[in-house]
Ligand binder design. Sequence first.
Ligand code: PBG
Length: 329
Amino acid sequence: MIITGKYPNLRLRRNRKRDWIRRLVQENNLSVNDLILPIFIIDGKNKVESIKSMPDVFRYSIDKIPTILDKAVKSKIPMVALFPYTNSKLKNSTGIEALNENNLVCKAIRLIKKKYKNNIGIMCDVALDPYTSHGHDGLLYKGKILNDETVEILIKQSLLQAEMGCDVIAPSDMMDGRIGKIRKSLDKNKFQDVQILSYAAKYASSFYGPFREAVGSNKSLKGDKKTYQMDFSNNQEALREIALDIKEGADLVMVKPGMPYLDIIRNIKDNFKIPVFAYQVSGEYSLIKNGINKKLINENSILESLIGFKRAGASAIVTYFADKIAKNL
Ligand code: PBG
């Protein structure tokens, strides 16, 4: 890097002296176009239910989805991500409820598409954890998460979501080879326009804790997810995951969690020319939100955390702050 001049001729503080010049030289900013809002869905009627581990985040019954969707569409949030809280009576070891065309996610997709048309995108997780009694993303057999057998179910789950009207299929399961197989089956069934957002670099993380309470998989989860989600010590392995998923047909890739993995976002951005999305996960949300509520940090910490993703190279951010911050942007 060439630095021309030196102190006292050169004073970098000159470009910070007033708000107007700081705005002129600002390198990154956040707009509502960068935000994806996750929504938790629950069965029943007339329910907007709080979630203990996630202050100010709620589970909505299908009939109440408009209370949050109206706001999201009005503030021009480009996409929502749907997550179901499945009644434990509907869970079993194979997660078969994932393939029920009247499960919560399918009902929600139909309602949103009918009511809001194409004014907002819908993204759906592809993984079995909201539906399995053991809380894993795939089939569990003799203590092992089966790969190829799980992928066969994920293909069906993806097709069902596409049939319902889902715009973006987002496999978050970390099984090997699923992107290629899902792409192939979508194409074969005339869903060539349905995008795939691969959770390609997804780490086995402690920061998912509050989410697992939100979808009700926390109590049931047996063991950990380290045999399929990535080791948080690794960087190069993320590039291999990304390269494979791009080759298999991913349109977009995701890094998850967010804040501890900004280096991974930057590394992917520097090595591949593909949009990279970041997921500011539940644990990150709750830490910041609780910090604000306890007045340990102020509300600007939200914007600071989100612009960090932009600086690292993210095109968009999945964040539970999306609806809360959209009106201030
Ligand atoms: C499920 C899934 C998880 C999250 C999104 N999809 C949890 C997990 O893998 O255990 C976490 C999101 C969050 O913490 O906000 N495959």
